[in-house]
Design a protein around this ligand. Sequence first.
Ligand code: GDP
Ligand code: MN
Length: 400
Amino acid sequence: MDIHEYQAKELLAGFGVAVPKGGVVYTPDQAVYRAEEIGGGRWVVKAQIHSGARGKAGGIKLCTTPEEVRAAATELLGKKLVTHQTGPAGKIVHRLYVEAAVPIRRELYIGLVLDRRSERVCVVAAPEGGMEIEEIALRSPETILREVIEPAVGMQPFQARELSFGLGLSSSEMNQAVKAILGAYRAFRDLDATMVEINPLAITESGQVLALDAKMQFDDNALFRRAAVAELRDYAEEDPRDAEAAKHGLNYIALEGSIGCIVNGAGLAMATMDMITHAGGEPANFLDIGGGASPERVAAAFRLVLSDPRVRCVLVNIFAGINRCDWVAEGIIQAAKDVNVPVPIVARLAGTNVEQGRAILRDSGLSIITADTLADAAEKAVAALTNTPVARTNVREKVS
Ligand code: GDP
Ligand code: MN
């Protein structure tokens, strides 16, 4: 899960990372109010979207009067920002962060990531921040510093000093940078983050070390025990279908094809997608409905898959191990009754109580195409496409 810059700053501030004064706003009036509350004569108005490189896309505005703050807020709110991280579809700005602008002397890069190869948290620092780490890695890879954290003891002060020394900081800057780095590490560890990035960590003209931009990502599997983090989720930033899927505990990834897939188990879902491709079709999605496959879940899965207007056939592929095919069959029938299914359904059931399951489908009176094997199901699904009109409703813009 991703969060916004202002949320990341608030979390990091709680761990002792120094940040400029600022506040989130939703309207131009609030932006002006905030700016006056913050005081000083210079502010930055920052678009809050889940993406970096907002500066280059025009999402960061430096202002010197309240009128400029109002104008910047008016321009940014509701605007679509396209950065290379958002893809061509871009992201609409719904929130802004108004912050005291500080005169910058140097911009540094600090990032904490989970390094899967060493199975450790790795703290990365570079003396030329502001630009993205990928760019630094291309331009001057030799300047990138790394400290690998031993999980049994956590990040040690000497490691933060080592990094600060490598960044060429003075002793007063070093003390502040060490505090920021150790704070970021504790936030990473205590909040089950998978990424913390402070870019830039700025050194101001007056010698203060401040986090000017912050980004955090969290482990979805740990959110159940991080309620304070979980509630920072901004559904407006996510694909509405992903959000809907998450609500029902479904594991869903939208794709570009025309055959909707409802499968239990990630491995089986992958195999199903392969078989569809092999049969000459294209899957519209990856969808793992999990082990339970209760009628409610199956219905939610149907709704989700059918919300994609490109879907012209639904392939249900269930291998019942703990589950029972007769229950799944009832779920499919329930779903087909609850949800209007305007396209052919191909169902392949295997495993426990398979005979009863097939009989239930056969006797249901619904025109469900049954298949015995996965290959058979994929072929029948592809064949069913030729009998379905090309596009059901307004087909979503293709994002490529
Ligand atoms: P990003 O483009 O999404 O990474 O957004 P950032 O928050 O990193 O802002 C981009 C750039 O704007 C920074 O690297 C700074 O150069 C500049 N910037 C951000 N905040 C301030 C500020 O308070 N003062 C000044 N002078 N520049 C700022
Ligand atoms: Mn940045």
